[in-house]
Design a protein around this ligand. Structure first.
Ligand code: FES
Length: 561
């Protein structure tokens, strides 16, 4: 073992002065020889109740094997998890975003308490990737992530399916355009097994961008969960981890400002989820990197949307494997000067060095990635909007298919559930801007994702006829003319709380404006009768969350004063 490796064996140092700890390590099966080795905490976010996470405990065992084979001790521990797919559209969704911070806290807690020399997080769903990245940044001990991989598509009557097909089938049911038999057929066949939701939704967005950030081995985001490359990647982690310890490469050496720019460039080029905005603001704060909404807008201004991936496009993440995976796309972006090639990665090499031998993207034989000269949209789909409805900012997802400007009449929904009721009654009409409020970080609480309403709108055939704004979030699976993260939220007195049915609203993603056409005097009048709602929770994890959470424009972090 190298000198450096020993240098980082801080658990050993503790054991020498703490015979009880040493005795307990013997008790868990370590040998005298093991006592001389670096200890690596392997944080598995595996659990049985979600397809994204059901295989992660198994992958962790492969990671442990690779760690042991490279002369270190691997010790698996677990964190909690919440399935976004399963909680969307019900009250459980309030726990989803808070789970990100609980995951960060729990990894920090175990690694800090046990003084592991390094940490590897095995992750596979929306919140555990940003949560684990926040933990790595806070701890700043050698570490990396392994993505559990995307799911394969399901199939029914010749149609490829995924989780969004299930939500949109509900909208078709409301609209009476799907039979009961076909509805059941879609639900039963949409999800064929292990893996994260299969489009460029939040999980695949975070996976692709954390690879671009240099926090995973190359191709981690490309291999589907059931691909043999996934197991090989897990075993290869051991050698990489050893090198990180030997060279003392810590997460903050990798998570530089340039690396954040690389991550967001990949998010935007691929048409990724609005949640990436929220998460990277939070991760940057954990890494103490100055990275704000303005930086994200700047990246969006210079980065065309070039990927025809779901939710707004045709293809799935599993299709990206066949065209060379995320490394091939990164190489193309690097060649075109959109990525910083000199950023360090967990391989110990730079991004440019990692990509050296990657074959070039071939534009002749694939239709998933478009050339930058003929993009799907010349600037990014993520736009930060400001105006009297969002003085602290809002995040729009505008791929251009829906147009870039929408002027309409407000239809106010005090909660997400009201949208479904109004759709069922046929009260949502073309030209409406559906305003869903009291769904913010504190008001929701937890900024629930509005996937059920957006899918219902799509399923009802209103996707290109209405827009939606909310102080909640949108799922990575959402498409349509949508604006989320409206800050300040209604619960804190934001103007979104003062909107009334029939008010005119302009959403302008060219000039980055979100404007309520109501005079300041009238808003002052309306504010006189506005009362802050009672918090929905005062105790327990959500009570604590409501008290601590920062705004969406500050990443909804919970560990700052
Ligand atoms: Fe895990 Fe969609 S529910 S990625």
């Amino acid at each position: 073992m190298s000198e450096q490796l020993n240098k980082f064996s801080r658990t050993l140092t503790q054991e020498v002065t703490n015979p009880a700890a040493k005795a307990m390590l013997y008790g868990v099966g370590l040998t005298q020889e093991d006592m001389q080795k670096a200890q690596i905490g392997i944080a598995s976010t595996g659990y049985e109740g979600n397809t994204c996470n059901m295989h992660l405990n198994g992958l962790s065992v492969h990671v442990k094997k690779g760690i042991q084979e490279n002369g270190m001790v691997g010790l698996i521990f677990h964190t909690i998890g919440v399935s976004d797919g399963m909680t969307n559209g019900n009250a459980g969704m309030s726990y989803s975003l808070p789970s990100r911070d609980l995951i960060a806290d729990s990894i920090e807690n175990v690694v800090g308490a046990q003084w592991y020399d390094g940490v590897i997080a095995v992750v596979g769903c929306d919140k555990n990737m940003p949560g684990a990245m926040m933990a790595l940044a806070r701890l700043n001990r050698p570490g990396m992530l392994v993505y559990g991989g995307t799911i394969r598509t399901g199939e029914y009557k010749g149609q490829k399916l995924d989780i969004i097909s299930a939500f949109e089938a509900l909208g078709k049911k409301f609209a009476g355009t799907i039979s009961d038999e076909d509805y059941e057929g879609v639900i039963q066949n949409a999800i064929p097994g292990a893996g994260a939701c299969g489009g460029m939704y939040t999980a695949n967005t975070m996976a692709s961008s954390m690879e671009a950030m240099g926090l995973t081995l190359p191709n981690s985001s490309t291999y589907p969960a059931t691909h043999e490359g996934k197991k090989a990647e897990c075993i290869a982690i051991g050698a990489a981890m050893k090198q990180l310890l030997e060279k003392n490469i810590c997460p903050r050496d990798i998570m530089t400002r340039k690396a954040f720019e690389n991550a967001l460039t990949v998010v935007i080029a691929l048409g990724g989820s609005t949640n990436a905005v929220l998460h990277y603001l939070a991760i940057a704060r954990a890494a103490e990197v100055n990275f704000t909404l303005k930086d994200i807008q700047d990246i969006s201004d210079r980065t065309p949307l070039i990927a025809d991936l779901k939710p707004s496009g045709k293809y799935y993440m599993e299709d990206v494997l066949a065209i060379g995976g995320i490394p091939a796309i990164m190489k193309y972006l690097l060649q075109k000067g959109l990525l910083h090639g000199d950023c360090l990665t967990v391989t110990g090499k730079t991004i440019a060095e990692n990509l050296e031998d990657v074959p070039d993207l071939n534009f002749e034989n694939q239709k998933i990635i478009f050339p930058l000269e003929t993009p799907l949209k010349p600037t990014g789909h993520l736009q930060i909007l400001y105006g009297n409805l969002a003085t602290g900012g809002a995040v729009a997802k505008i791929t251009g298919k829906e147009g870039e400007r929408f002027e309409g009449i407000a239809k106010v929904c005090e909660r997400e559930e009201e949208v479904i009721e109004y759709i069922e009654k046929g009260e949502i009409k073309a030209g409406h801007v559906i305003v869903i409020r009291n769904e913010g970080p504190k008001g929701g609480p937890g900024m629930p994702e509005m996937l059920k309403p957006t899918s219902a709108v799509m399923g009802a055939g209103l996707g290109d006829k209405v827009a939606m704004i909310t102080d909640g979030r949108f799922s990575g699976g959402t498409h349509g003319f949508v604006v989320g993260h409206v800050t300040p939220e209604a619960y804190l007195g934001g103007n979104i709380g003062l909107v009334r049915d029939g008010d005119k609203i302009t959403i302008d993603a060219v000039n980055n404006v979100l404007q309520l056409h109501v005079s300041d005097e009238e808003l002052t009048e309306r504010r006189k009768t506005w009362k802050q709602p009672e918090p929905s929770f005062t105790r327990g994890t959500l009570g604590k969350y409501i008290r601590n959470v920062k705004s969406a424009s500050e990443g909804c972090v919970t560990d700052e004063a």
